[in-house]
Design a binder for this molecule. Structure first.
Ligand code: FCB
Length: 455
C-alpha cells in the first residue's frame, strides 16, 4: 500500500470544517462482487454475474477483482490509515448460501465475521448491505426477482446473516439500488440481462416486498436479542429537473416513474398513479398486505447520488449544453443534490411513523481521469467533485435535512460491472497488474478532511 505525502495548504481544493453534526459519519463504500474476487474459493456458489460474463467472454469479470477476499486485513489497515470512521460493504449471498436456500457455507460467513472483527478492532464501524446485485444463480433459475419465492428466501438469508453478525454489526441495509436491480431485468447492461421492459414494475414491487420480509425478520431478531439494530435501505436517486417551465409536469412524472415511487411505497404506502397504471397494464397484482409490508418504518435511508437529469416537455432526458460530464457521461451538478434533498424532506418528512428517516449518502463519486505518476495518483477532477458534493450536502443539512453521514464511492478502483476496470471511481488506485493499492490525491484530501472534522 502506498500513502503519498499530502499538503493541506497546497491542496487545490480546500480542507475545511463542514457544518455537520458532531457524530457525522465519514466513510467509504464497496460491494462484494466488485472487489472480492475469489469467486470459486471456500465453497462460494455461482452468482448471476458468472452466468452473465460467461455469455459475454470479451468483457472483464470479477474473478480476481481487487482480490479483497485475500487482502482484507491489508485493506482494513489502509482504511484505518485514512481515518475512515465507517466502511460500507456488502455480503455475497452465494458465498453464504451457495444455492440461495438451504445449506449455509460456514467458510463464507467466517470471512464476513473476520472482516467485522477487523473493522471493529480498528475503530471503523461496519455498514452491512445484504444485497448488492449478486444473486445466487440458483435463485435466478427459479425466476429471480420476478418470483415471490425468491423474496422469501432472501428473508431467510437475512436471518442467517444477522444470526452470525447481529451481535457486532448495528447498521443493516436490505438492498442497494432497486432501480438498478430492475435495470438488469428490463435491459442487458447488467445481470441477468433479460431485456424485458414489461417486468419493470413487477420486479420493483417484488424487491420492495423482499425488503419488507427481510426487514420483518431483522426486526424480530433485534427484539429477541435487544440489539438496537438500525435497519434501512439504499436507493439511487437521480432528480429530474425541468429544462423549461413548461417541462415541470413531465419532469415530475419522470421522477415518480423511475425513482420516487420506491419512496412513495416505503413512506406513504401507496405508489403514484403513473406507476399504478403501468402495474395494471403489465398485469402486476398489488395487494394491501404487500403495501403494509413495504410501508414499515425504517431507521435510515441510504441515498446513492451521482448525477441529475434534465427533462424536456415531452418527458425526454436531454443533454445540457456545456454540461460538465464524467467519463460515464453523467452530468456533474452538485447543487441539484441540495435541491433534491430539500424537496424530499418537504414531501416525505411529515408522514408520522413512516416519515422519511435520517439520511446517509451511501455512495457518491465520479469516474474521471487518473494521472498515475511516480509521486502519486493525481485526480484533481474527482477531488473537486467530492468537495462540491459534500458542500452541497452541507447546504441541505443547513436547510434542515437530517443528514448523518457521507460514504465515498468507492474505497478503491474496482469492477464497474459490465464496463470492466476502465471506469475508475476509487479514492484509492488499484494497479491492475500487481493489485497494489495507492491512495489517490482525493483519498489523501478526504483523509485530511476527516482529520479536520472529527473532534
Ligand atoms: C452505483 C452502484 C455501484 C457502482 C456505482 C458507480 O449504481 O451501486 O456498485 O457501480 O454505481
Amino acid at each position: 500500500m502506498k500513502f503519498p505525502k499530502f499538503s493541506a495548504t497546497k491542496s487545490p481544493v480546500p480542507v475545511r470544517r463542514f457544518a455537520f453534526g458532531r457524530d457525522f459519519v465519514w466513510g467509504a463504500s464497496t460491494s462484494a462482487y466488485q472487489i472480492e474476487g475469489a469467486t470459486a474459493q471456500d465453497g462460494r456458489g455461482r452468482s448471476i454475474w458468472e452466468d452473465y460474463f460467461a455469455k459475454r467472454p470479451h468483457l472483464d469479470n470479477g474473478e480476481v477483482a481487487c482480490d479483497h477476499y485475500n487482502r482484507m486485513v491489508e485493506d482494513v489497515a489502509m482504511m484505518k490509515k485514512m481515518g475512515l470512521k465507517a466502511y460500507r460493504f456488502s455480503v455475497s449471498w452465494p458465498r453464504v448460501i451457495p444455492d440461495g436456500k438451504g445449506a449455509v457455507n460456514q467458510a463464507g460467513l467466517d470471512f464476513y465475521s473476520r472482516l467485522v472483527d477487523e473493522l471493529l478492532a480498528n475503530g471503523i464501524e461496519p455498514y452491512l448491505t445484504l444485497y448488492h446485485w449478486d444473486l445466487p444463480a440458483a435463485m435466478e433459475a427459479i425466476g429471480g426477482w420476478q418470483s415471490r419465492e425468491v423474496a422469501q428466501h432472501f428473508a431467510d438469508y437475512a436471518r442467517v446473516v444477522v444470526d452470525r453478525l447481529g451481535d457486532r454489526v448495528k447498521k443493516w441495509c436490505t438492498f442497494n439500488e432497486l432501480e438498478v436491480i430492475v435495470a438488469g431485468y428490463i435491459g442487458d447492461g447488467l445481470a441477468p440481462g433479460l431485456s424485458d421492459y414489461k417486468l419493470r414494475v413487477k420486479v420493483g414491487h417484488n424487491l420492495l416486498v423482499a425488503h419488507g420480509l427481510a426487514l420483518k425478520a431483522l426486526r424480530e431478531w433485534d427484539s429477541q436479542h435487544d440489539a438496537g439494530l438500525d435497519l434501512g435501505i439504499v436507493l439511487n436517486l437521480v432528480p429530474a429537473e425541468p429544462a423549461t417551465k413548461s417541462a415541470t409536469t413531465a419532469a415530475r412524472r419522470h421522477w415518480q416513474r423511475f425513482y420516487s415511487w420506491y419512496m412513495d411505497g416505503l413512506f406513504k404506502g401507496r405508489y403514484p398513479d403513473v406507476v399504478l397504471q403501468e402495474a395494471a397494464k403489465t398485469g402486476v397484482v398489488i395487494t394491501a398486505e404487500d403495501m403494509e409490508l413495504i410501508n414499515q418504518p425504517i431507521d435510515y435511508l441510504g441515498v446513492n447520488w451521482y448525477l441529475r437529469q434534465v427533462v424536456n416537455r415531452r418527458g425526454r432526458v436531454i443533454r445540457v449544453p456545456a454540461a460538465q460530464e464524467t467519463l460515464m457521461g453523467w452530468e456533474m451538478h452538485a447543487p441539484a443534490l441540495t435541491r433534491m434533498l430539500v424537496m424530499m424532506q418537504a414531501e416525505y418528512g411529515a408522514l408520522g411513523a413512516t416519515s422519511m428517516p435520517p439520511i446517509y449518502i451511501t455512495e457518491n463519486g465520479a469516474a474521471l481521469e487518473d494521472k498515475v505518476s511516480p509521486d502519486g495518483v493525481h485526480d484533481v477532477g474527482r477531488m473537486t467533485y467530492t468537495y462540491d458534493h459534500i458542500s452541497a450536502l452541507e447546504m441541505a443539512y443547513l436547510a434542515g435535512v437530517d443528514i448523518r453521514g457521507y460514504f465515498a464511492w468507492s474505497l478503491m478502483d474496482n469492477l464497474e460491472w459490465s464496463l470492466g476496470y476502465t471506469k475508475t471511481f476509487g479514492i484509492v488506485h488499484v494497479d491492475r497488474q500487481t493489485l497494489e493499492r495507492t491512495v489517490k490525491d482525493t483519498g489523501l484530501w478526504y483523509a485530511a478532511t476527516i482529520r479536520k472534522n472529527v473532534r
